[in-house]
Design a protein around this ligand. Sequence first.
Ligand code: 5GP
Length: 201
Amino acid sequence: MSIAGEGLLVVVSGPSGAGKGTICKRLLETKEDLVVSVSNTTRLPREGEVHSKNYFFISRDEFQDMIKKDGFIEYAQVYGNYYGTPRKFVEENIQQGRDVLLEIDIQGALQVKEKYKEGVFVFILPPSMEELKSRITKRGTENEKEILHRFESAYREINYVSRYNYFIINDRVDTAVDKLSSIITAEKCRVDRFKMKLIGQ
Ligand code: 5GP
């Protein structure tokens, strides 16, 4: 298969509170050819969240309909709500040579990894578990039960780092953004990507 002219698929995951949202937002401000895929979710919007900017907030019926139409490259249930990455946006942008960023959970990332072998998978880690708990608590968007649930999930999720290509410890946002940017730059310079272009493997 030829990937000539295609963009890179960059998948970023990490436990809730590791800071992946902040890192991705900052990265998007600096990288011109990078676009973010806005997911569909059945979760209700949080205060300040905007439809089509943060998520496409849709009903469970609409979500099921998208699944039936093969409209997602991956989808998963996370903390009781469904989240999915729209196929059309991702495939069109990659074909047009733009790099596409997905900020999705581990279940989704592993599904993407099966289908898009040439994707780049990056795991964001918190500096410590104490710091993680304090970030989830301070964010103030979840109630006590949800905070506990997210924290317990984080403990389990961290083991999945071994399934990713890169990890970044988010102790300073600037440094973490630099690292993610460097990973993307380096990946785009890989000789084997060019080989794929040249010999059409
Ligand atoms: P939140 O509700 O806090 O915005 O997101 C909860 C979790 O769902 C986060 O880990 C986020 O990365 C993940 N998520 C967001 N969009 C998607 C998606 O399209 N697919 C999957 N699998 N996870 C997603």
